[in-house]
Design a protein around this ligand. Structure first.
Ligand code: AMP
Length: 342
């Protein structure tokens, strides 16, 4: 798929305008990429479609347009996305990073602790492209952060589409599209804007196979169906419409799932009348970081403040949080529930 290059006939004015508004940072990004021959792309831990889509889209674009540069992508793999949707991530030895003579491009992550490989710190120059609220400076000289953007992949794609003389292959476009579809909830969340659609259209116009892209993203297996059955018969709803389900380790074992799949069915509640927010609460027995991981989604109200209060963060309608024990569950649900008292 990578070999197919399609020049995008005419850029949508929204893309052109966005590029103009961010001209200075775009120039810094382009010139740093031109200058460095060794480049590594980083993203957040426990990756989702957007983290991997923006990483792999950018990686593929750079490989296509700069065949003589050494380009890598690193980070933890995902239990079901790799290698089904994205290739396994690379393992680079520590020696590779020695001396710091490389460019680190960090996508879809707002704070240091969540970057999936700490060796980005050694880079002589860093670029950040993200849509999370900033929690500490990562790239002083070249940082494109737009918290209004539906996906980091939307921003990465805008940067690449505006780069004159460069081409987006079908493969690069396919990955970036996955990122946008993933983080916009298939163009459902309120963060989806006319710019999101303009970028998506430009990517689709490269001619990658849209239906096989969706098929790859959303393919399920029978275990997944069984865990959906569990969720549907064990969820609770708070007085003001917060739906939630808990998946203790013992249940995960029975269902043949691991903690990263705990949130798989969280959006089952997205179109239910009377449900304002919904969350999955998944026991994660990691020896050094035991907790119950929470994925929170909301129909309209901003839930990121509650997520921050409970050890996490994220976006208005999709955030992550944690509790150390189920003793805190009621207090957490009450905090969310209060958002919906008229
Ligand atoms: P999740 O529920 O893990 O899919 O996360 C939903 C969104 O919130 C994603 O954009 C995550 O990157 C973000 N997020 C999750 N956990 C955190 C955290 N601890 N700090 C900041 N953002 C987070």
């Amino acid at each position: 798929m990578r070999g197919l290059f399609m020049a995008i006939a005419k850029l949508d004015p929204r893309i052109v305008e966005y590029g103009k508004a961010h001209k200075k940072v775009y120039r810094s990004i382009y010139s740093a990429i031109e200058r460095y021959d060794r480049i590594v792309i980083f993203r957040h831990i426990k990756p989702d479609f957007d983290a991997m889509g923006s990483q792999m889209g950018l990686y593929t674009f750079l490989k296509d347009n700069f065949p003589n540069k050494e380009i890598h992508y690193v980070g933890d793999n995902h239990i079901s996305f790799t290698p089904r949707v994205f290739p396994e991530t690379e393992t680079l030895p520590n020696d590779w990073f020695k001396g710091g003579n490389f460019l680190a491009i960090i996508v879809d992550v707002g704070d240091h602790e969540r970057i999936a490989d700490p060796r980005y710190k050694h880079a002589k120059y860093k670029i950040k492209i993200d849509h999370h609220p900033c929690k500490g400076e990562i790239a002083k000289r070249a940082s494109l952060v737009d918290t209004e953007s539906a996906a980091a992949a939307e921003l990465v794609a805008d940067v690449l589409l505006n780069w004159k003389g460069k081409f987006i292959s079908q493969e690069a476009a396919h990955y970036l599209y996955i990122g946008i579809v993933g983080d916009s909830g298939r163009f459902l969340y309120s963060s989806t804007s006319p710019h999101t659609f303009a970028v998506a259209e430009a990517l689709v116009s490269t001619g990658f196979n849209l239906s096989s892209t969706y098929q790859t993203m959303y393919e399920k297996n029978l275990d997944s169906l069984k865990s959906l059955g569990y969720v549907l018969s064990h969820f609770s709803v708070s007085p003001h419409g917060v739906a939630y389900y808990c998946l203790p380790s013992s249940v995960q074992e029975e269902l043949h799932i691991t903690p990263i799949l705990g949130k798989e069915h969280v959006n089952t509640f997205s179109n239910i009348a009377g449900i304002n927010a919904w969350c999955s609460i998944t026991e994660d027995p990691q020896p050094k970081d035991y907790c119950w991981r929470i994925s929170i989604r909301s129909k309209s109200k901003d839930i990121s403040g509650v997520a921050q209060k409970w050890g996490g963060g994220g976006h208005a309608q999709a955030s992550g949080a944690r509790i150390d024990s189920l003793k805190d569950l009621d207090a957490f649900i009450q905090d969310l529930d209060k958002l919906f008292v008229d």
